[in-house]
Design a protein around this ligand. Structure first.
Ligand SMILES: Cc1cc2nc3c(=O)[nH]c(=O)nc-3n(C[C@H](O)[C@H](O)[C@H](O)COP(=O)(O)OP(=O)(O)OC[C@H]3O[C@@H](n4cnc5c(N)ncnc54)[C@H](O)[C@@H]3O)c2cc1C
Length: 462
């Protein structure tokens, strides 16, 4: 054991350290796979312990990679054998739930699902939701500014964070645990850490905003053939439902058909013969009136031909079955293997052209073998593309990236809508940010972490 590791063990105790010998048994991804390479994994039990560890690392120029639930999708938690990993898996306390102020104060290792359940137990709701809810931690969600299924109504993680605490690369604790909706006293420092992917500080605690629990929930799956109708349908639902629209998820036929074919657990709610399917959800405060209004809007859209077919969930179970099709990432990946997953954003009006350009690029390169499945949070201008080139063995990732990312520039799109940059997209950052924006990002990094010790290489490169 090196002198540094021995000093760290003195701070965190035996339970707080997994040494290099045992590190390889720890996963590198949320499904439990992988073969971790690292100097050690440190598991502090408090912010103070982490601060002492970081001070030592700073003195010894030791690189540190923070990890949460490992559900990130851009290689943000990759490590080399010389990195030290910091995991907050022993910092999982719910510190306080304020029912009147509608806030919850938690340590950053708490999983998303736990926060949701705590809120539900007192008739409140935490509105960030995503497929990896059982694994993703509050620290990871903040570090990636995660989005998810209800952004159209409640915003991304940034909108839910009232305050946070973070430990800087040199061990300084920045405690910005504001719990009020309003606080304009100087710079809003918490914003530095939200979405910075562990490169500017390690988030240790947070005060999160809760919302009233909704009484009604109405979910429908609708089908249509004309892409241009999608924006009209979105506008109609948004306007007619008085702000209660909470999800607007579009699946292209190539995604919908592939999931239904690939997993017989799904009973096809609508025939797989249409070009697009939209999962629409609204939640509000009046069971009968909300259901009636939701049905009326659907009927209006069916009668004017914007929607060609529709199914309404008549129970929570049926609603879950509709969402299960939209969330079946495992079938998607397993069917397309070897595959690449992409998360981009661009204005809704350009999306159809963009997807056609990607399709053309893939066809030109790999002909009919190339497979594409498209779906996403269209109400947030965000689509996910899953690409299988159809070739044996490793996917030619760089070539697929070119096919997917290059057409974005013409539409003012972004190479990352909600997953972040990590290692995977760092070479493409300059196609979505100006040179001056990147220069300012580097200035911030140098100010907070002058030795480049925190999550080195991620986001900005070396
Ligand atoms: C099935 C599935 C569905 C998903 N759906 C969505 C979705 O709809 N929307 C969406 O936005 N994302 C989605 N994701 C991606 C992922 O869930 C989010 O990025 C999530 O926020 C990652 O949290 P985590 O705790 O797993 O973080 P990790 O994967 O462990 O880490 C992610 C990044 O955060 C940094 N980090 C982790 N903890 C801390 C900390 N305490 N302080 C500072 N930095 C830290 C890491 O260094 C890394 O750069 C999905 C992933 C999966 C597997």
């Amino acid at each position: 054991m090196s002198r540094l590791i021995a000093q760290i063990q003195k701070i965190v105790g035996e339970a707080g350290l997994i040494s290099a010998r045992d590190v390889h048994e720890r996963p590198t991804n949320w499904l439990g796979g992988g073969n971790r390479q690292a100097l050690a994994i440190v598991r502090p039990a408090s912010t103070d312990e982490l601060s002492q560890v970081m001070r030592l690392c700073h003195e010894n120029r030791q690189t540190v990679v923070p990890i949460g639930g490992l559900s990130g999708l851009v290689q943000g938690t990759e490590t080399t054998a010389s990195d030290l990993v910091v995991s907050l898996e022993r910092m999982r306390k719910i510190e306080h739930l304020d029912e009147v102020g509608a806030t919850i104060t938690v340590q950053a290792g708490v999983p998303l699902q736990t926060v949701q359940e705590q809120a539900e137990a007192v008739n409140l709701a935490f509105p960030v939701d995503l497929g990896a809810r059982g694994s993703a931690n509050i620290g990871g969600l903040i570090a990636t500014n995660a989005g998810g299924n209800q952004v159209i109504r409640y915003g991304m993680m940034r909108e839910q964070v009232l305050g946070l605490e973070a430990v800087l690369a040199d061990g300084t604790i920045i405690s910005s645990m504001n719990s009020m909706l309003k606080n304009n006293a100087g710079y809003d420092l918490k914003q530095l850490f939200i979405g910075s992917e562990g490169t500017l500080g390690i988030v240790t605690r947070a005060v999160l905003r809760l919302r009233p629990a909704m009484i009604s929930n109405n979910t429908a799956l609708v089908a249509l053939n004309d892409f241009d109708s999608i924006s009209q349908i979105l506008k109609t639902f948004s306007g007619a439902l008085g702000g209660t629209l909470s999800a607007f998820e579009v699946m292209w036929n190539n995604y919908y058909s592939l999931i239904l074919k690939g997993n017989s657990d799904h009973k096809p709610p609508l025939k797989p013969e249409y070009n697009y399917y939209i999962l629409i959800e609204a939640s509000g405060g009046d069971l009968d009136a909300d259901a009636q209004r939701f049905t009326e809007v659907l009927e209006e859209l069916l009668s004017n031909g914007l929607i060609l077919d529709a199914v309404i969930a008549n129970s929570e179970e049926q609603g879950k079955a509709l969402w299960a099709i939209r969330d079946d990432i495992i079938t998607l990946v397993m069917t397309l293997l070897p595959s690449g997953a992409f998360d981009v954003s661009l204005p809704l009006m350009h999306m159809n052209n963009y997807v056609s350009m990607v399709e053309n690029n893939l066809q030109e390169k790999w002909g009919a073998k190339a497979k594409l499945a498209v779906f996403g949070h269209l109400g947030d201008c965000n689509i996910h593309l899953a690409v299988g080139s159809g070739v044996e063995g490793e996917l030619p990732h760089e070539e697929v990236e070119k096919a997917v990312y290059e057409p974005l520039a013409a539409f003012g799109g972004s190479v990352s809508a909600e997953h972040g940059i990590g290692l995977e997209k760092r070479n493409w950052l300059s196609s979505s940010r100006t040179a001056d924006e990147i220069k300012l990002m580097r200035t911030l990094k140098a100010a907070l972490d002058p030795e480049n010790l925190l999550n080195p290489g991620k986001v900005l490169g070396d």
